[in-house]
Design a binder for this molecule. Sequence first.
Ligand SMILES: [Zn+2]
Length: 184
Amino acid sequence: MTTDHAKAKAIYESYLAREAMLAPRRDYARRVAKATGGTGQTPVEPLATMGSKGGPLVCDVCRKPMILEGGAYQGLFADEGWRRNPTKDWTSWISGGMVVRIETNGMLFLFHGYPGRSGCVQIADKAERQRRADFVERPDLMEILDQLSAYFAAELPEQNSDAVLNDIYRVLFKYDPGLGVNAP
Ligand SMILES: [Zn+2]
């Protein structure tokens, strides 16, 4: 194997490892978005139980759970409200608003607030815009993709496609918004 192929192989292996780590988190992001989605009130159970280790989903900025609004549960964190009333399909308004977002890398992000108006999401969006503006693609990117293509042609011809190269580019070299604090 040439030095270039060995380099390309190492990159391909790091792509496979990263992809294996991301795939369940992507799936998790879709499940959380579905469980908490819709208009109007939000089901309390997913807010209280779909976070890391079965705990509450927390805000990616302040790391606190969503806050319930209305009635006897006014001002409580979702997990505390759920402890007091663990009834399936119970829904609540969210105090101060909530944003559930699947980022460009497929990861879940959750914030207090209303985009462009108030809350943690405003802080997050400002910082994210700055990071995207500051992001610089690595200068040897084209060379790396060429090396990958040559390596695939020699060793793994079935992988030598634009789709695979695009996916490697997307997972390893494009701007990455991160993993988010909530995990499956
Ligand atoms: Zn927050």
